[in-house]
Design a binder for this molecule. Structure first.
Ligand SMILES: [Zn+2]
Length: 278
């Protein structure tokens, strides 16, 4: 093939790829129902309700598109799907195209290297079982070896009850990996989104060197209904909201979706060594 033909072929391939991207974007424009105001919302990249401004869940892929520069790559550390307590009718199955409740990618944010994990709301409410715990641990160890900073975007109902104590054990396992990572000088940024609850909020989600949250995110351990019924008391206004937690010093900053890439980019740049790593 001569050079002219090759150039022609390349340009044809490029236009096919562009077309594929357009189709992909169109497919994403699904209708969503806002949980706060119950109105139907046409899918947009930021998944924010135009009527009541509440933040709707975002998939890992959408988060990567929002936060990472072009050319990131997905990573899977090959953890196994288990049913450690033989919970009836509990077996790994794809939910909305997802293998499990976590997606991981390596890429850059405004030019700074990073490894990022996103819990998947659509897969059993982002709950953490052995698979999620193992993938997170391997990701942290990987980032430690490569001297890369990490970001974990949490959304979770907590530890997954179908795996019993094995889910709870992940809290300690991931926390230990984070502690080793921290001792080696690693940078961990946690971004908590609505809702971040239970064993996830009580372990890695609140253990960031820098703890960020999205506006209006509910962050806590037990849900407000359980606490209210236990205490037989009215809960204060703004209970478990990101805004209240910021007031108490539990969070460092609340960051709107449209600013997240810029803020994360700045934090990463600030901690970056000369070789682009930490
Ligand atoms: Zn709404």
């Amino acid at each position: 093939m001569n050079k002219k033909d090759l150039t022609k072929r390349k340009s044809l391939l490029k236009s096919i790829r562009n077309l594929a991207n357009i189709t992909k974007t169109k497919a994403k424009e699904e209708k969503l129902i806002c949980k706060s105001c119950k109105r139907e919302v046409s899918g947009n990249n930021l998944h924010i309700c135009p009527y009541c401004d509440s933040y709707m869940p975002m998939s890992g892929e959408d988060r990567f598109e929002l936060l990472l520069d072009r050319g990131y790559s997905s990573i899977n550390f090959g953890s196994k799907h288990l049913n450690p307590i033989n919970f009836p009718n509990y077996k790994n199955k794809k939910i909305k195209g997802l293998d499990e409740a976590i997606s991981i990618a390596r890429g850059t944010i405004e030019g700074s290297n990073v490894v990022i994990a996103v819990l998947e709301h659509d897969y059993m409410m982002g709950s953490m079982g052995t698979y999620v715990g193992e993938e997170l641990t391997k990701m942290i160890e990987y980032a430690n070896r490569k001297r890369l900073p990490i970001i974990i975007v949490s959304v979770s109902g907590g530890a997954r009850m179908q795996e019993g104590i094995f889910s709870l054990m992940q809290m300690a396992k991931v926390s230990l990996a984070l502690s080793n990572f921290s001792e080696s000088g690693g940078l961990y940024i946690s971004l908590m989104t609505n809702p971040t609850m239970g064993g996830v909020s009580a372990s890695f989600a609140s253990a960031g060197d820098i703890n960020l949250a999205e506006p209006g995110a509910r962050i806590g351990f037990a849900g407000p209904r359980v606490i209210k019924e236990t205490l037989h008391e009215e809960l204060p206004k703004g209970f478990q909201s990101a805004e209240k937690l910021l007031e108490f010093g539990f969070l460092d900053m609340i960051v709107e979706r449209k600013n997240q890439k810029e803020v994360l980019g700045k934090i990463l740049k600030l901690h970056r060594g000369d070789n682009g790593r930490i």
